[in-house]
Design a protein around this ligand. Structure first.
Ligand code: GLP
Length: 246
């Protein structure tokens, strides 16, 4: 596991953006698994600035959605992680809609949404680079505890912790739904490279358990230890605290 600890959220975001930009330059048809949440937003802004200033070609970049709420279809004000990803990354990087893999809603059965997603991820050869945040309860995407390392792409019930941690992303009229689709642990752990971005003192305890505690389904992020050769943790000082480097 590579570990990069930067003094601030902004510097951590710069480090992450540099790694992602270099990966796109090295492989223009890179497949990128994209977390939403507050942690990576600054990284996405800095990535967009680098892509523009260094004229990096994003025309063949493939963006893969990590997770999505399931809202009633007739609710036009429903919170949408796809809209978030579109605003923060797809539009700034000018990613072609034909190069986006998302959870397509409106399928009659959740199984169909999952199958379409998995088929598309398979057809692009899986994930080259996964950008992940760390849930306060140790989830990756919406792989809520307990999630086994072979947990597939699926519809999940959100835990009370996730409902609470996600509600501040939205205004009062947008209630976080109780269910979501998530890329499975198989897709995440199968990524050729994983960046886990962790920021803020409130993530210190869960980060410590994830990287120094036992590997357990009860803390899905701890399973990154099993694929540690592919993982880079990017943390700011507040999140890292006094965790011992091994
Ligand atoms: C959310 C999302 C994750 C995200 C994580 C951390 O619930 N499902 O994909 O990475 O929790 O969010 P934040 O970066 O806002 O702390």
């Amino acid at each position: 596991m590579d570990i990069i600890v930067d003094p601030t959220h902004e510097l951590m975001s710069q480090s992450a953006a540099r790694i992602i930009a270099d990966a796109i330059r090295a492989k223009p048809n890179l497949s990128l698994l994209i977390a939403t949440g507050n942690t990576p937003i600054e990284c996405y802004r800095q990535l967009s600035a680098i892509v523009t200033s260094e004229h990096i070609d994003t025309s063949r970049l493939v963006a893969v959605q990590l997770d999505e709420y399931v809202s009633p279809e007739n609710n036009s004000n429903a919170p949408s992680l796809f809209d978030w990803m579109q605003r923060e990354l797809l539009q700034p990087l000018v990613i072609d809609s034909g190069n986006v893999v998302r959870f397509e809603m409106g399928q009659s059965m959740p199984r169909a949404t999952v199958d379409v997603y998995d088929t598309k991820v398979g057809s692009i050869g899986g994930i080259d680079l996964a950008i992940l945040g760390l849930g306060p309860n140790g989830h990756l995407g919406f792989n809520e505890p307990p999630s086994a390392p072979d947990a597939p792409t699926r519809l999940v019930d959100l835990t009370p912790e996730s409902l609470i941690s996600n509600q501040p992303y939205w205004d009062d009229s947008q209630i976080v739904p109780s269910q979501a689709f998530t890329a499975g642990m198989t897709t995440i752990l199968g990524a050729r490279k994983i960046l886990l971005l962790v920021s803020g003192a409130h993530k210190n305890t869960v980060l410590r358990h994830a990287i120094t505690g036992p590997v357990s389904d009860l803390l899905p992020a701890s399973q990154l230890q099993s694929v540690s050769g592919n993982v880079t943790i990017l943390a700011d000082n507040a999140a890292w605290g006094d965790i011992e480097r091994r």
